[in-house]
Structure formats: structure tokens, C-alpha cells
Design a protein around this ligand. Structure first.
Ligand code: FES
Length: 279
């Protein structure tokens, strides 16, 4: 029944293996990103695939896929342009940015240009209010945009370019982004290294520095680890925690339970009888 490649199936197995065997349904969210990475949206076949590999029914998968806006239910363009029109961005010009793009591209909310390049959508707060008005392209941020900046970005995308967002790595397609959202490292050269945090994001850090507040061992320049390094660190941390737990159990065996089961219930009955007697 499946339209999915063996590579996607192997990745699905890898995702499921990240969760305890009796909690495999927790893998549904990354699996939905995974099927989206192959088809560009969560198709009926994608829903069926997730249901099959997790032992769920299609209604259960569909309920999740329709709840979250990041899962698209119809074919989406290579670049998902989301313009924040929520309160903060709106008063700073977000609606004007959206309206300008809609007119320029000839599409409305959740619609895709005829060339299949751009899907436009309204967004309700992209969690970057301090940079408003903001828009994202495949979830990478363009801060403090105005109508002209937004037009330049979509024109470059339609011409085949991959502009740099204000923060983060050079843009990738929505399918490539979905691979990352499924939990796989982006192996493109410079994919995680050619961007940096903006000054508003560092404002809290600067204030902490000015006021002599620090977190022991915190290094703002800590490089982002590769998946292999992260897995290795997680395995080491897990082994350390298990060893500490075993050592603690050996040194402090659980005390015998001196309170017989049902003691609390009997005490409650006694109290009720006493209360009845006092009436
Ligand atoms: S209101 Fe636009 S990012 Fe929050």
C-alpha cells in the first residue's frame, strides 16, 4: 500500500526505536514530520503509514495530524511563508506585509502559487514578538520585516535562490526542514553554523552578565552537537544515572512498610463512627 521509500521506512524504525517499546505511539509526532518530508504534506497514505508502523488506527493518527498546524493536509509549496499577524506584529505592520504578499503572489491564506514554490499563511504569534513584525520561511525567521523585504525574499525564492534568514542557517525546502523536524541532523554544509542569535535573543544574557548572574558551566559559544555526539552524551548520562540509582539502592535498602495496607481506610471508618456517635 505504501508510497514510501525504504529510506523513509528505515528512518521510521529509527524514530520508533528512540522510545520505550510500550510507548511507541509517542513517536507519532516525528513520524508525521517524516512522512511530510517525503510527500510535502500528510497525505492519506502518510496517515496509513503512521498507523501501520505504530499499530494505531487511522482515526487516531488523523486526530493528531489535524490538531497541529505544522502538519499540512494538502500539497504545500517548496517554501511555506508564514506572516505573523498577531497583536504585536500587527500593530508594527504585520498585516500590511501579509496583504502585500497576498496581492503580489495572487494567493490567500493556506494557498500555493501556481508554480508550486510558495505557500502563504497567516500565523498567530511566531514567538518572536521582540523582533516584530516577523515572518518565517519554513520556520526560519526574517525579523523586523517590511513589505519590501518580504517581497524581495519571495521573489528570490521563486527565482531559485535560497536567501539567508535573519537567524539560523540558509533556507532549505519544506521537505528538507521536515527531515530535521523528524529528528535527523541537517548535513548540508553550514546548515547549523552559518547563523547566530540576534541581540534581542541575548538580552537576558546581557542583563545577567551586567548583574553578575551566571549559571555554572554555561558557555554561550557551546557548539551544536551532531546527532552521534548527542546520542553518545545521552547514553553516558543514562548509564551514570542508572549507576547512581543502583548505588543508592544498595546503600539505602527500602525500609519495611510498617503501616499495614488498608490502615488509612480503617482510620477513616473509625473517624466516621466517632463523628456519628457525637451527633
Ligand atoms: S505577535 Fe508576532 S511573533 Fe508574537
Amino acid at each position: 500500500m505504501t508510497v514510501f521509500t525504504e529510506e523513509t521506512r528505515a528512518r521510521a524504525r529509527e524514530i520508533i526505536a528512540r522510545y520505550p517499546a510500550d510507548r511507541s505511539r509517542s513517536a507519532l509526532l516525528p513520524l508525521l514530520h517524516l512522512v511530510q518530508s517525503e510527500e510535502g504534506y500528510v497525505s492519506p497514505a502518510g496517515v496509513e503509514f503512521c498507523a501501520e508502523v505504530l499499530g494505531l488506527n487511522k482515526a487516531q493518527v488523523g486526530a493528531v495530524a489535524t490538531f497541529y498546524t505544522m502538519y499540512k493536509r494538502k500539497p504545500t509549496g517548496d517554501y511555506l511563508v508564514s506572516v505573523c499577524t498577531n497583536t504585536m506584529c500587527n500593530v508594527l505592520g504585520g498585516q500590511q506585509v501579509y496583504d502585500t504578499l497576498a496581492e503580489h503572489l495572487g494567493v490567500g491564506h493556506d494557498e500555493t502559487t501556481e508554480d508550486g514554490k510558495i505557500t502563504l499563511e497567516h500565523a498567530e504569534c511566531l514567538a518572536a514578538c521582540d523582533y516584530g513584525p516577523v515572518m518565517t520561511v519554513n520556520y526560519d525567521f526574517f525579523d523586523n520585516v517590511d513589505a519590501q523585504t518580504a517581497l524581495d525574499v519571495v521573489d528570490e525564492l521563486r527565482a531559485g535562490g535560497r536567501p539567508m534568514p535573519t537567524r539560523g542557517a540558509r533556507l532549505c525546502t519544506l521537505k528538507e526542514m521536515a527531515v530535521q523536524l523528524a529528528g535527523f541532523a541537517d548535513e548540508r554544509p553550514g546548515a547549523v553554523a552559518d547563523g547566530g542569535p540576534g541581540e534581542p535573543s541575548l538580552r537576558g544574557l546581557r542583563l545577567a552578565e551586567q548583574n553578575g548572574i551566571s549559571v555554572p558551566g554555561f558557555d554561550p559559544n557551546t557548539p551544536i552537537r551532531s546527532k552521534a555526539e548527542a546520542d553518545q552524551a545521552a547514553a553516558a548520562a543514562k548509564a551514570k544515572a542508572e549507576a547512581a540509582q543502583a548505588a543508592g539502592a544498595a546503600a539505602n535498602p527500602p525500609a519495611a512498610d510498617r503501616k499495614p495496607a488498608g490502615d488509612a481506610a480503617r482510620a477513616q471508618q473509625r473517624n466516621l463512627k466517632e463523628a456519628e456517635a457525637q451527633k
